[in-house]
Design a protein. Structure first.
Length: 367
């Protein structure tokens, strides 16, 4: 692994804490990263959530995967409060990523609403399938009204509102007709299904860098004719329930991946569009470690965002450690720039400048 000496020198003496589940820790091989950091004069240490951060600090940066904690039972709310209080009391410690931003991605309704707002901007290349939140215990008439008002027609994909925390977060269903609405588990988000030739593109983001990988996805289905004719589409087709992780993993062999028709030669997404998506979402969400699931409409070629995940698995991301260390460097330099601005502001105007001036580096794509 080739590492930038300038970055290693700048990180020397720094202390970076991490808090992720044991499974992801092993998958990302963070023990190896800790040894690598130690050999270059800085620390990458695991945080024990059973001990207060005050006792374990100080930290220059904390990187975490607390999305599961944020969706857990209320008995962990005090822990979340204590974690947030630590950052409030230690503004010198940078967090990857801010809890408020992670909370947005935990809730699919909020996530899709945020993406939808981005899509409304002039000349935006961001698109999201029509969606609507189905409240708990909604009856058929209410559901049909919500779908119609949102300009959604069958087939539809129904997803749990909570996007993290358990396997149930990834248990979804495709409903083909009005009769299938009995299979809908509310509350949920109903999203227009868009044919995309059984190809999903996962964009993994690490700060200003990203990498796009192709994954299997769900095959094409015929769409209904008119918006009002809910009951005329595939009257006898049963609802399909699936786990999105299983369907889109690299070596998936699900029947849902098998297209019924001959598919054209496929290409990777447009890199200019992907770059714009990454830049816009990074700014809008205020996050640096996340993944975006993109499909390409097989008729229009439009790129649609269908999900966003906090701190994904980064399978297929080349030289992940090197990119992560560059992110640490960027965050520390950004904090340094903030301090310099505050000093200059105090000297010139007698007030501190609060904004963080992050030094942007060119986005890199290995896709």
């Amino acid at each position: 692994m080739r590492l930038d000496e300038k970055i290693l020198q700048r990180l020397k003496g720094k202390r970076i804490g991490y808090s992720i589940g044991e499974r992801k820790k092993r998958k990302l091989n963070f023990d190896l990263l800790a040894d690598l950091c130690k050999s270059h004069g800085f620390e990458f240490v695991e945080i024990d959530l059973n001990v207060s951060l005050e006792q374990q600090g100080p930290f220059d940066i904390i990187v975490h995967k607390w999305s599961d904690l944020l969706t857990a039972s209320s008995d962990l709310s005090n822990l979340i409060y204590q974690l947030q209080a630590y950052f409030n009391n230690h503004p010198e410690t940078m967090i990857l990523d801010p809890i408020v931003g992670v909370c947005t991605l935990i809730d699919r309704s909020r996530t899709y609403a945020a993406v939808s707002e981005c899509s409304k901007e002039p000349n935006s290349c961001i698109h999201i399938p029509n969606f609507v939140t189905i409240p708990e215990n909604a009856d058929k008439i209410e559901i049909l009204t919500l779908l119609k008002n949102a300009k959604i027609r069958f087939p539809i994909v129904c997803k749990p509102i909570v996007a993290h925390g358990s396997s149930l977060s990834h248990t979804m269903c495709i409903i083909f007709n009005e009769a299938g609405l009995k299979d809908l588990n509310s509350p949920c988000v109903a999203q227009q299904f868009i044919n995309h030739n059984a190809e999903l593109f996962k964009i993994f983001i690490v700060g200003n860098e990203y990498h796009c990988v192709r994954r299997p996805s769900i095959k094409n289905f015929k769409a209904s004719g008119k918006l009002q004719q809910y009951a005329t589409f595939d009257k006898n087709r049963d609802t399909i329930t699936f786990n999105s992780h299983e369907v889109s993993k690299a070596r998936s062999s699900s029947f849902l991946n098998e297209c019924d028709e001959k598919m054209p030669v496929l290409v990777m997404p447009d890199d200019i569009i992907v770059s714009n998506i990454v830049r816009k979402l990074r700014t809008s969400l205020g996050l640096k470690l996340f993944g975006v699931d993109v499909i390409i409409d097989n008729k229009t070629g439009l790129h649609y965002i269908i999900d966003i995940n906090f701190f994904p698995g980064y399978d297929g991301f080349p030289n992940f450690f090197a990119s992560l260390l560059r992110l640490f460097y960027q965050v520390i330099e950004g904090k340094r720039s903030e301090r310099l601005e505050e000093i200059n502001g105090n000297h010139q105007n007698g007030v501190a400048i609060n904004g963080i001036n992050h030094n942007e580096v060119a986005s890199q794509s290995s896709g």
